[in-house]
Design a protein around this ligand. Structure first.
Ligand SMILES: [Cu+2]
Length: 524
């Protein structure tokens, strides 16, 4: 437990910075990303790129099998300069139909080099940032007021749509990494960056007006305007001098959520400074929502950090209302997500195959016809499902498919409403995940195992009927697990036995801890 804590503390400032950087970066990146996408589209029209389409097919196949899991390769670069990148996950609803419910949200990650500065911009989306690593200063101009805040690993900050925002990595040696959730409010699932201050790269929105309008608006000659808005060409992320970083820091505060709800307080909070809402030797859960963090109130989003001790796991649970969008901050492990949709799709798939056989081979016709057929099949299938219980149909059993996702730093996974999930840390490292839960209000985490398992709360008779077993038998099983929230992981038991059997010369737990601490210290 001590190890877990230490690890979290060291990673959190970094995380905050990262988040911030990401937030800023994401804005900047987006516009160039969209441009890149357009270019790619145009290229595609001119030349056939076999490799790309193969890769796309592979990705599509993967997203069919694991629609809730996105590896590092699922990100596109939205902006890049010598001093940092902004990467962006493509819109969820484009990745899978099953993710339509979060089509308004996007995930971006900003990585800013030491002393990098992300240019001032506004976006047509709200953004909620979590600093994964490093430290920096975030500034927003909102309602005519400029506010600057210091952020570090664990900081959560909100930049409302339209507010001019900029960010600097204030550390001279470490990267700043920020993971951001963007809430799009204009074009669902798409966001754009708008640079006012700037020059040629990124292009300034100001210099995009006609010359005559610019002259009239600024009451200045075209020459002087061109000089001012035609110079900067180093991209969205540039490098600041030490002096400039000091200047940016001068008016920055730490954010003052400690007065909430008694006074007006704004600015980021550090989630790792909060008391964990669940904590034991197997893990801790830190949370920020509208109650603890005013800025989140209007977004209906909860941000949490889960730290699972090496070899431990979260208790299986589901969310009653929230859709969880998770980003792996550090460590390794895996998640299991139980999904009825995929099982239904599979049944559907085998059903239509059978149907095709009966219908004979009419398959080599034109595409259009094929898709018409498909939708006909789909409709037949749907109708049959609706009739379901009346006609004896073989496919009416409720079944689930388990999606197993390998988790490493940078993996994103989504857990839809009601879907049970478990997260397991590898034996070698703590697993840290930042979660953005949308539709947070009145959401409840319901545990399926552990001391506060919902199954324990069933009526005695309901237990007997549901399990076809005596109440005592049922209770015996349900009471065996005494921990709650975080539990011992699947491998630990076995490992402990093995450790006991093996000789003393072997690496002990204590040495592992020391090694981990050392790694933490040197990684920074
Ligand atoms: Cu599902």
């Amino acid at each position: 437990m001590a190890t877990a804590r230490v690890r979290v503390r060291t990673t959190v400032p970094l995380v905050l910075l990262l988040l911030l950087g990401t937030l800023l970066f994401a804005g900047a990146v987006s516009s160039s990303r969209e441009r890149g996408e357009q270019q790619r589209e145009q290229q595609g029209r001119h030349e056939w790129r076999g490799e790309e389409s193969e890769e796309r097919e592979q990705q599509e196949e993967l997203s069919r099998r694991k629609p809730y899991v996105f590896g590092r390769r699922s990100f596109r670069r939205a902006a890049r300069s010598e001093h940092g990148t902004i990467r962006s996950l493509r819109p969820f609803h484009e990745a899978s139909q099953l993710l339509r419910g979060i089509r308004d949200y996007r995930v971006t990650v900003l990585e800013a080099s030491p002393r990098a500065f992300v240019l001032p911009a506004h976006t047509d989306a709200h953004s909620i940032g979590y600093v994964v690593q490093g430290e920096g200063v975030v500034t927003t101009i909102d309602n005519g007021e400029r506010r600057s805040y210091r952020v570090r690993e664990g900081s959560v900050f909100v930049a409302p749509a339209g507010a001019v925002t900029y960010l600097a990595n204030t550390d001279g040696r470490r990267k700043l990494v920020v993971a951001k959730l963007l809430h799009t409010i204009s074009v669902p699932g798409h966001y754009q960056f708008f640079f006012g201050a700037g020059g040629r790269n990124p292009e300034s929105i100001v210099s995009s007006f006609s010359r005559t309008v610019q002259r009239a608006a600024f009451k200045t000659s075209s020459d002087r305007l061109q000089k001012l808005f035609g110079r900067q060409d180093k991209g969205v992320i540039v490098r600041a001098s030490e002096q400039q970083v000091r200047d940016l820091q001068r008016h920055a505060s730490d954010g003052g959520q400690q007065h909430w709800p008694f006074g007006e307080s704004r600015g980021p909070i550090n989630i790792l400074d909060q008391r964990p809402s669940v904590a034991n030797r197997h893990g801790q859960l830190y949370e920020a929502d509208a109650r603890s963090f005013r800025d989140l109130a209007e977004h209906d989003v909860r941000v949490s950090l889960v730290n699972i001790t090496a070899g431990s796991m979260s208790a299986p649970f589901y969310n009653t209302r929230s859709i969880k969008i998770a980003y792996v901050v550090d460590g390794e492990g895996h998640a299991e997500i139980v999904c009825p949709h995929l099982a239904q799709q599979q049944q559907h798939g085998s059903e239509t195959q059978r149907q095709r056989k009966h219908e004979g081979r009419r398959r080599s016709r034109e595409r259009e016809q094929e898709s018409q057929e498909k939708s006909k099949e789909e409709e037949q299938w749907r109708r049959r499902r609706q009739e379901g219980s009346e006609s004896e149909s073989e496919e009416e059993e409720q079944r689930y498919e388990t999606i197993r996702a390998r988790l490493t730093r940078g993996t994103v996974f989504v857990v839809p409403v009601g879907h049970p999930v478990v997260e397991v840390a590898s034996r070698d490292s703590n697993l840290q995940i930042v979660c953005f839960e949308v539709q947070a209000q009145r959401n409840e985490r319901v545990y399926l195992a552990g001391q506060d398992s919902v199954l324990k709360k069933l009526d005695g008779a309901a237990k007997e009927l549901a399990f076809q077993a005596s109440q005592r038998e049922v209770d015996e099983v349900l009471r065996a697990q005494q921990d709650k929230g975080f539990l011992q992981g699947p491998d630990q038991e076995e490992r402990r036995r093995r450790e006991g059997e093996e000789e003393r010369g072997r690496r002990g737990r204590r040495e592992e801890v020391a090694e981990m601490l050392l790694r933490m210290a040197t990684e920074g």
